[in-house]
Design a protein around this ligand. Structure first.
Ligand SMILES: Nc1ncnc2c1ncn2[C@@H]1O[C@H](COP(=O)(O)OP(=O)(O)OP(=O)(O)O)[C@@H](O)[C@H]1O
Ligand SMILES: [Mg+2]
Length: 259
């Protein structure tokens, strides 16, 4: 199996704060990888550096063998990567289905308007609409298709946001806490579907999840554990479950009590 994402000695400082501090890990093609760690350990910042939204303080990120150093977020997206945000960003004044049919914000390709008028556009648009309905069925919200995004609850907004990431043809998806605020049974069904995307469509997933118990039984291939900006360990769910270092890191984090 080939490595499609390499994070090498990544560092990101905010003033004196080392949010990410020399982090290295890899993601292999066609796998589902969990990125976990106590609150504030640098998970979302890592995504922001990988997707090009934040300039790295140090280190390198290679996606499909390309050094992303000088690339803008939309150029990184064009390589075949889509990411979601921890705080959902929907177009509030558009309907749910419209939100699925537009590319994710900040990931527009410069030629998006031009492409709307291409001859192939009509057929592609029909397929996209069909896919949008499939995604709504899967997420159990087809009845909300014509509601405004501003009318959705937090959990429902999360679902539409995952749906939007699934709409694209990206080879790798980075999902930042995709099921936070989503009820347990539906969260489990969504993870089962994500697993199918990996197994059947060969999609690669890197998923931030704050709930340790949940990720341990979510069927991921590998878990990357961060602590205070650094790699604490990388291993199978079983290895992570048995790790004293991981237990100590989580116990030492007061904020985890909210989970
Ligand atoms: N734009 C920013 N400016 C300054 N500090 C920031 C910024 N973004 C994040 N931080 C800080 O960097 C650290 C890592 O934050 P980050 O959001 O990456 O953590 P996280 O692991 O995603 O946490 P959570 O589990 O709460 O989502 C935190 O101390 C946070 O306050
Ligand atoms: Mg976060």
């Amino acid at each position: 199996m080939s490595i499609i994402l390499t994070v090498d000695s990544l560092a990101k400082d905010f003033g004196g704060l080392k949010a990410v501090d020399g982090l290295s890990f890899t993601v292999e093609e066609g796998t589902m990888v969990g990125l976990i760690g106590p609150n504030g350990c640098g998970k979302s910042t890592t995504f922001n550096c990988i997707s090009g939204l934040l300039e790295k303080t140090a280190g390198e990120v290679h996606l499909f063998g390309t050094d992303t150093k000088s690339l803008r977020p939309d150029q990184i997206h064009s390589l075949g990567m889509t990411r979601t945000f921890q705080h959902t960003r929907l177009w509030r004044e558009m309907t749910v289905i419209e939100n699925l049919l537009i590319p994710p914000r900040k990931q527009f390709q410069p030629n998006v308007i031009k492409s709307l008028f291409s001859p192939k556009h009509r057929k592609a648009e029909e397929l996209r609409i069909q896919r949008a309905w499939e995604v709504l069925e899967l997420l159990e919200i087809p009845h909300m298709a014509h509601n405004l995004a501003s009318e959705l609850s937090g959990g429902q907004s999360k679902l539409v946001d995952i749906g939007r990431a699934m709409m694209g043809q990206s080879k790798i998806l980075l999902l930042d806490e995709p099921v936070a605020g989503v009820a347990g049974p539906l969260a489990e069904r969504i993870f089962k579907y994500l697993r199918r995307l990996v197994n059947e469509d060969g999609i690669t997933l890197l998923i931030i999840e704050h709930n340790m118990e949940f990720i341990l039984q979510a069927g991921v291939d590998k878990i990357v554990v961060m602590h205070q900006g650094k790699l604490l360990m990388e291993g199978t769910p079983q290895q992570v479950k048995n790790s004293t270092a991981v237990k100590e890191a989580y116990l030492g984090d007061d904020d985890e009590e909210e989970e």
